[in-house]
Ligand binder design. Structure first.
Ligand code: ATP
Ligand code: MG
Length: 405
């Protein structure tokens, strides 16, 4: 008999990392560190890489649900399972006896109103004496009378999964979806233009999912941060911080350096587009200072008048960094759906006086690059950018909200 007792283990499965070649271990190390960070304070005995997956061993089974919820917000994980781990020994018959007990116990615990079930056994260790099919039959034979419900191989109400590893056999009933993507911190830094709307937080989330480390820039109307009442922006950043192993930096930038120069000079038709150029140029300056490789916006082609293709072209002319627009082909229904699923929607629809919402509602649809460059010269947009950066404030936001310096 094994000298190790049955224990609770969370099986952590990754997908995309497995496709990596020589530098796979770099991604794996990042994922492991991020998992340890997410589980800080939890009763975790060990986190080990075992046969192409991670096993998180818990000392308290009661913590399993809380820990899987935390891990579901760690990028790089495809799916998770809270399992009972039956340790293997030199005595196969004894292992089988304990495996049967574990399968029966878990099936009883989770049967609920299930009308049918099946066993789904797989082997990672192919030296195990029984084939997967033989295991299905051996376990089905003892679980069925214990539950007294039917067997159904296709889409049963309850599936008892069994995974044979070299040292343990895992038994679990739920496959919990992970966040997917790549581990945070594996893809470099970005500067995200974060508005108080629905789109840009989703755009940020999508790039975080690709392993990028975001910083944020938000432009506010009003003379001072206090006057602007940017609590909603802090709350949005707090939502995003739930998915990040490190606190998020948010640069809060006043828009009056643009406005005092534009008033009386820039016609209503060009104000919105030139203002966007001011935002992008300011964000780029921050990005270069903070070693970011690209900018990110929540633009989606044609969503509003400032997002026609000619306008997007004119706004970003002479911007040197790439501008990533992860929502470019999404419609509002798809974006809203993602916003809900990532837990940001209720915050995104709180009322907020965004600096874009107070601009002229009828912008030019077909702004010309040359006109925008000329207007930029006329109002000395570069100087507006410098002044805006000088008067900006930096906030640090963690999963619990603003971190005071
Ligand atoms: P969102 O697009 O985030 O829902 P919105 O619809 O109010 O907000 P748009 O008018 O669609 O904003 O602006 C397009 C993009 O410009 C935003 O997704 C965001 O990246 C950027 N942006 C707009 N307003 C601001 C702002 N006040 N501060 C920073 N970036 C902004
Ligand atoms: Mg938008």
């Amino acid at each position: 008999m094994s000298d190790r007792p049955t224990s609770t283990v969370i099986g952590v499965h990754y997908a995309e990392i497995a496709l990596k070649g020589k530098n796979r271990s770099v991604f794996q190390r990042k994922l492991r560190n991020n998992m340890l960070h997410a589980l800080a304070g939890e009763p975790v005995d060990s986190v080990n890489h075992v046969e192409s997956r991670y096993l998180v061993r818990l000392s308290d089974p009661e913590a399993a649900q809380r820990c899987t919820e935390k891990l579901a917000r760690v990028f790089g994980i495809q799916w998770l399972s809270a399992a009972e781990a039956v340790p293997r020994s030199a005595d196969h018959d004894d292992d089988m006896a304990r495996l049967k007990d574990a399968a029966i116990a878990m099936a009883r615990r989770d049967v609920g109103r299930a009308r049918d079930f099946r066993i789904d056994a797989r082997r990672s260790d192919h030296t195990f004496p029984l084939t997967s099919q033989e295991l299905n039959i051996a376990l089905g034979d003892v679980v069925q009378p214990a539950l007294n419900i039917g067997v159904k191989l296709k889409e049963p109400d309850l599936c008892v999964s069994v995974l044979v590893l070299v040292k343990d056999i895992l038994v679990y009933t739920h496959k919990i979806p992970g966040a997917g993507g790549l581990p945070a911190g594996s893809s470099g830094r970005l500067m995200v233009l974060l508005s108080g709307g629905i789109d840009s937080p989703v755009a940020a989330w999508m790039m975080m999912k690709r392993g990028c480390r975001p910083e944020f820039v938000h432009f506010y109307a009003g003379r001072t941060l206090k006057e602007a009442n940017v609590g909603k922006i802090e709350r949005l950043a707090t939502c995003l911080a739930q998915w990040s192993p490190v606190p998020l930096a948010v640069h809060m930038v006043p828009v009056y350096p643009y406005e005092v120069r534009a008033v009386g000079v820039v016609e209503d038709s060009h104000d919105m587009v030139l203002f966007r150029r001011f935002m992008v140029k300011t964000a780029e300056r921050f990005a270069l200072r903070e070693n970011c490789h690209a900018l990110v916006t929540g633009d989606s082609v044609g969503q509003v008048a400032s997002q026609t293709l000619p306008n997007l072209r004119a706004i970003s002319s002479d911007v040197k960094l790439p501008i990533l627009r992860p929502l470019v082909g999404f419609d509002k229904v798809e974006i809203t759906d993602l916003s809900r699923r990532t837990g940001m929607f209720t915050t995104s629809i709180e009322p907020y006086r965004d600096c874009c919402s107070i601009r002229s509602p009828r912008p030019e649809l077909n702004a010309k690059t040359a006109d925008l460059l000329q207007l930029s010269e006329m109002i000395d947009l570069d100087e507006a950018v410098s002044e805006a950066i000088k008067t900006s404030d930096l906030l640090k936001i963690g999963p619990e909200g603003r971190i005071e310096n």
